[in-house]
Write a protein that binds this ligand. Structure first.
Ligand SMILES: *[C@@H]1O[C@H](CO)[C@@H](O)[C@H](O)[C@H]1NC(C)=O
Ligand SMILES: *[C@@H]1O[C@H](CO)[C@@H](O)[C@H](O)[C@H]1NC(C)=O
Ligand SMILES: *[C@@H]1O[C@H](CO)[C@@H](O)[C@H](O)[C@H]1NC(C)=O
Ligand SMILES: *[C@@H]1O[C@H](CO)[C@@H](O)[C@H](O)[C@H]1NC(C)=O
Ligand SMILES: *[C@@H]1O[C@H](CO)[C@@H](O)[C@H](O)[C@H]1NC(C)=O
Ligand SMILES: *[C@@H]1O[C@H](CO)[C@@H](O)[C@H](O)[C@H]1NC(C)=O
Ligand SMILES: *[C@@H]1O[C@H](CO)[C@@H](O)[C@H](O)[C@H]1NC(C)=O
Ligand SMILES: *[C@@H]1O[C@H](CO)[C@@H](O)[C@H](O)[C@H]1NC(C)=O
Ligand SMILES: *[C@@H]1O[C@H](CO)[C@@H](O)[C@H](O)[C@H]1NC(C)=O
Length: 210
């Protein structure tokens, strides 16, 4: 029976190897002004064992996980038990330095995410939307725009964008070309700004009920 058991285990291993796939989300390739085109495709499905790969091809964006109810806040700031993913702001030097960031999929949960600078414009996306929950990409986008991120305080805005203008968050390629290799510091600046605005959360919850 042992050989049979071994064979079965091997088959299982091979099956999962074959079925594990890479799901690529291209970021910033579409140079139209449409915020829904920054993450493309904007909604993907991935199974446990798959890898979602964000391919940053142009502009300067982050892919940062959020809770549905708090569209523009890093999810770990909302619920410290959820590690979440956060690529930090990834500069591409005007498209000359594309690079990728992998998010391994280890559970079934829906993963909403946003771009730090463009969230208030609706630069958001989702992995594994669950149609039976009523939480839709359209709803998430609407909340992101309505709540305008969490950076409602004037002090958070300028630092979150590193001197670029938050109202043009969907097109930040000039920022990326001037910032050179400092993408990680961009990202942490943005995160610090988000920390300072956690108090806006109750407002977000209220707005969702309207
Ligand atoms: C870019 O976005 C525009 C506007 O949404 C869309 O019509 C077009 O098909 C997109 N192009 C590509 C290559 O995805
Ligand atoms: C990412 O995009 C770049 C530029 O379009 C392309 O050359 C590269 O093959 C892409 N990488 C992946 C993993 O798709
Ligand atoms: C935080 O996330 C955990 C795991 O998903 C969940 O069980 C818990 O209820 C959440 N806490 C809050 C305050 O939402
Ligand atoms: C990146 O976007 C800028 C601004 O739209 C464009 O001028 C440039 O050609 C793009 N670079 C690449 C490699 O596509
Ligand atoms: C993921 O979803 C499938 C289908 O609903 C279910 O059979 C499986 O147990 C789930 N796995 C986890 C880890 O939740
Ligand atoms: C989708 O949502 C339904 C209803 O809340 C839930 O029963 C189901 O387990 C969810 N599926 C996954 C894969 O999380
Ligand atoms: C987002 O906030 C900025 C700065 O406070 C403001 O100028 C802009 O009108 C807001 N946008 C939306 C959609 O609320
Ligand atoms: C931000 O951009 C808007 C519209 O492009 C402009 O009116 C405003 O003066 C800019 N603010 C800063 C601080 O650059
Ligand atoms: C980006 O690259 C394009 C050519 O690919 C060039 O026309 C444009 O001026 C560059 N923009 C910046 C800000 O360097």
């Amino acid at each position: 029976m042992r050989p049979a058991a071994f064979l079965a285990a091997t088959l299982v291993a091979c099956t999962s190897l074959v079925s594990a796939k890479r799901v690529i989300i291209t970021v910033g390739a579409n140079k139209t002004a449409d915020p829904s085109q920054v993450f493309s495709p904007q909604s993907v499905q991935a199974n446990i064992g798959d890898t979602v790969t964000f391919n940053f091809t142009n502009g300067s964006y982050s892919a940062t996980q959020a809770d549905f109810a708090s569209p523009c806040i890093f999810i770990t700031k909302v619920n410290t038990t959820i590690p979440g993913f956060d690529t930090g702001t990834q500069a591409t030097n005007n498209g000359t330095a594309p690079h990728t960031y992998d998010v391994p999929i280890t559970d079934n949960s829906t993963k909403w995410y946003f771009d730090f600078n463009g969230c208030s414009k609706g630069v958001v996306g989702v992995i594994n939307v669950n149609d039976s929950t009523g939480q839709t990409l359209a709803g998430f986008t609407r909340n992101a725009i309505r709540l305008n991120g969490t950076a409602s305080s004037s002090s958070a805005r300028p630092s979150a964008t590193g001197g670029s203008n938050s109202s043009n968050g969907a097109g930040t390629s000039t920022t990326s070309s001037s910032s050179g290799g400092s993408s990680s510091s961009d990202g942490s600046v943005a995160r610090n700004a988000i920390l300072g605005t956690a108090a806006a959360l109750p407002l977000a919850v209220i707005a969702l009920m309207l």
